[in-house]
Design a protein around this ligand. Structure first.
Ligand code: SF4
Ligand code: SF4
Length: 375
């Protein structure tokens, strides 16, 4: 079955930002049930959770609000195995069994290795995690095997080349990160296409950052589409990509569900028009005008650095953390994209600063930033 044909509505119900009473691990089931009902009545079928979301409570919430209330064939459940959280525990089967139990199911429709990246390669090899997934598939314990991913396009290509039997990949894709120098949504998407690998999209609205725009960007949207929410542009951007079969949205209340479903239900969805793509480009420019450090991501500094420090990525991760808060996990991105090539290696030769077209005080800036993230 081609996953790209499987779901008439491409909107997925994310399990990372469920309604709570303020405490991450206290999910409000009555509110979530109302949201689930609204989503399913609009044609939604895809629920996404993980071993670690909401301090381990997201899986239980999916059990109570979805699995226990609807027939098993009326929804798809996607769960993830966080390799870093079970580090040292090579017996992945016992983790998987706990997940089935917490979710009140005897199989998962979609099962992912969570956040596969270069730092996990040793553990993946030791635990034979990709083969573990294939065994689960043969045993009928999962229907589709995939992994979520935040590393580089080159790393994605390597994994997809080296491992067979994978059915999909989950990528961070949104219009702000499309040309980012570290997330590289566009290039990662193109790698997935080149492997004919269907894609699930995560961080569609960048942890909510693209749901509430700076005033000038919001005004631009109002001028073009007075009735549309900022989220609609971000969600439809991802859903307009042909190789994408599911777009996750971290909906936190019933209004989010109503808004998302209003333009994503099968009978309403429209791909973005050329004019909307143009609006998105302008909005991105406006968001970037508020960057703390005026780096244009030209990369010249990193090219001349004798210590191979990832200068431009360090600055971008920091700038994005200031624009979007910590919702998009700057530490995680730092660990993946910079680790080992941080300011700790700087010999203060000054070569980077001589080529910077913006005259940025690079040495001081990267040193201060790396103190935050390089733990
Ligand atoms: S000053 Fe530091 S960061 Fe800049 S080029 Fe020299 S070693 Fe690299
Ligand atoms: S040279 Fe300057 S503008 Fe270009 S990436 Fe480096 S810090 Fe940014």
């Amino acid at each position: 079955m081609d996953l790209r044909e499987m779901f008439p509505m491409k909107l997925g119900f994310g399990g990372l930002r469920l309604p709570t009473n303020g405490e991450k691990d206290h999910i409000e089931y009555d509110k979530m049930c109302e949201m689930v009902d609204e989503y399913m009545s609009a044609g939604g079928k895809y629920f996404d959770t993980s071993f670690i979301y909401h301090r381990g409570k997201s899986e239980e919430a999916m059990a109570a609000c979805v699995v226990d209330r609807f027939g098993r064939d009326s929804f798809c459940l996607s769960d993830k195995l966080p390799l870093w959280a079970v580090d040292g525990k090579i017996d992945l089967q016992s983790v998987f069994d706990v997940q089935l139990k917490k979710c009140h199911v005897d199989f998962f429709d979609f099962y992912l290795l969570h956040n596969v990246n270069r730092n996990d390669t040793d553990f993946i090899e030791k635990s034979d995690a990709f083969e573990f997934q294939q065994r689960l598939k043969r045993e009928g314990k999962i229907r589709f095997a995939g992994f979520s991913f935040h590393d580089t396009p080159e790393m994605l290509d390597k994994i997809l080349t080296e491992h067979s039997g994978l059915d999909f990949v989950q990528l961070q894709i949104n219009y702000y990160d499309w040309l980012s120098n570290y997330v590289q949504s566009k290039k990662c998407y193109e790698v997935a296409v080149s492997h004919n690998m269907p894609v699930v999209v995560m961080e569609t609205v960048r942890g909510g950052g693209l749901s509430s725009l700076p005033p000038a960007a919001d005004q631009l949207l109002r001028n073009v589409q007075p009735q549309s929410s900022a989220s609609s542009l971000a969600i439809r951007f991802a859903a307009s990509l042909d190789n994408v079969f599911m777009v996750l949205s971290g909906m936190s209340n019933i209004d989010h569900v109503r808004d998302n479903c209003s333009y994503m239900r099968a009978d309403k969805f429209k791909k973005l028009s050329d004019a909307e793509y143009e609006t998105i480009q302008q909005i991105t420019k406006i968001i970037k005008m508020n960057k703390k450090i005026n780096c244009i991501e030209c990369g010249s500094c990193s090219e001349v650095c004798p210590e191979n420090i990832e200068i431009d990525k360090i600055l971008s991760i920091y700038n994005d953390s200031q624009l979007f808060g910590n919702y998009n996990f700057p530490e995680m991105h730092f660990n993946i994209h910079v680790r080992g090539n941080s300011a700790k290696k700087c010999i203060k030769c000054g070569a980077c600063q001589t080529v910077c077209p913006k005259g940025i005080q690079i040495v001081d800036n990267i040193s201060a930033i790396c103190k935050i993230y390089d733990k």
